[in-house]
Ligand binder design. Structure first.
Ligand code: NAD
Ligand code: IPM
Ligand code: MN
Length: 358
């Protein structure tokens, strides 16, 4: 039986970029005779408009039954003023936590054709290939207690809780060490162990776990230094492992090394490798509807889906080769455009990948 994919287009540029990823899925489905089936559901602002909540229970049920999930992006100014309990982003956080998607892989790979699109000098970024392993189901994003309360003096106070248990640290640490074994066998664990107890424990647990992976080198770095090192000398890194919030921030910074946030795909995996796949960027309200968004991060997320959840690594390779080919041919969306290349729309970029696959 073919695999079943749940597609959540989401908001803003979500539908535009997912349309191109779907073209790619349809082509490989036919070409490699995969027999995959697809279904669409709503999540985010579009789901609030229809169901009154960002993630309906029925959608979550469909997600549990699917072999993999493809997501565009959620959120936008239209829903920013709603009560905080029904923000679009709540749907995304709920699906991540309910499905146990704790391992977020964000590969920052610079295609050599895009070296001039990066905001850093060619010698600093050329050949860049790092993997950010972000803990996705815990940390300050989910810690309780949290909220906004009224103090005795009448003013309000917002508060969140940053915490990690040993088992949460161990499972994401294992992901990082295992991934490093398939790469250059170097893990850098990023924390703020000079200030935060939660990350003091994180560092200690990583050191203990490291004893099981003596073939992998482990180093530690404070997050402020890591942010600086990422733009100073990013090629010193192989695998970076860090908590939910630090990983969110560092991966957006790393994205720019690859030319654009529109190039960074991601996989969010559970303990068995089932997962949700989405670009690292958001719904880009500033360019939504203009047909200029870069669909490559979403198309590369499809490639990660085929590799990590569906068991079709050769098809995943074919998509990555096709992306390389369209970049060789000079096709560029506005975000990665440089002089001498051909500026194309979102759909023209998707069509070019499809043509390269055929
Ligand atoms: P964003 O990533 O949406 O946009 C940041 C900048 O990058 C914008 O200038 C945008 O035009 C550009 N950009 C993003 N993706 C692009 C692409 N594919 N091609 C070309 N340019 C692209 O971040 P933001 O503006 O901070 O957030 C907008 C909304 O998206 C918010 O509601 C936020 O909560 C949400 N968001 C959702 C996700 C997600 O669904 N996973 C991720 C991040 C942000
Ligand atoms: C991401 C996004 C999300 C996050 C938001 C939209 C909840 O920024 O996927 O990187 O912070 O995890
Ligand atoms: Mn983010």
């Amino acid at each position: 039986m073919g695999k079943h994919i749940l597609i959540l287009e989401g908001d803003g540029i979500g539908p535009e970029i997912v349309r191109e990823a779907r073209k790619v899925l349809d082509v490989i489905n036919a070409k490699f005779d995969l027999g995959m089936t697809f279904e669409n559901e709503l999540m985010g602002g579009c789901a609030i408009d229809v169901h009154g909540v960002p993630l309906a229970d029925s959608t979550l049920e469909r997600a549990r039954l699917a072999d993999a999930i493809l997501l565009g992006a959620v959120g936008g100014p239209k829903w920013d003023k709603l009560d905080r309990s029904i923000r679009p982003e709540k749907g995304l956080l709920k699906i991540r936590s309910q499905l146990g998607l704790y391992a977020n892989l964000r590969p920052a790979l610079l295609y050599p054709q895009l070296v001039d699109a990066s905001s850093l000098k060619p010698e600093v970024v050329s050949g860049l290939d790092i993997l950010i392993v972000r803990e996705l189901a815990g940390g300050i994003y989910f810690g309780e207690p949290r909220g906004i309360r009224v103090l005795e003096n009448g003013e309000r106070e917002g508060y969140n809780t940053y915490k990690y248990s040993e088992s949460e640290i161990i499972r994401i640490g294992r992901t990082a060490f295992e991934m490093a074994r398939k790469r250059n066998r170097k893990v850098c664990s990023v924390d703020k162990a000079n200030v935060l107890e939660a990350t003091m424990l994180w560092r200690e647990v990583m050191d203990t776990l490291h004893k099981e992976y003596p073939d992998v080198e482990l180093s530690h770095m404070y997050v402020d230094n890591a942010a600086m090192q990422l733009v100073r000398a990013p090629k010193q890194f192989d695998v970076l492992v860090t908590g939910n919030m630090f990983g969110d921030i560092l991966s957006d910074a790393a994205a720019m090394l690859t030319g654009s946030i529109g190039m960074l795909p991601s996989a969010s995996l559970d303990k068995d490798g089932r997962g949700m796949y989405e670009p690292c960027h958001g719904s880009a309200p500033d360019i939504a509807g203009l047909g200029i968004a870069n669909p490559l991060a979403t198309i590369l997320s499809v490639s990660m889906m085929l590799r990590y959840s569906l068991g079709y690594p050769a098809v995943a390779d074919a998509i990555e080769v096709a992306v390389g080919k369209v970049l060789d041919q000079g096709f560029r969306t506005a975000d990665i455009y440089t002089e001498g290349t051909k500026k194309v729309s979102t759909s023209e970029m998707g069509d070019a990948v499809v043509a390269a696959l055929q």
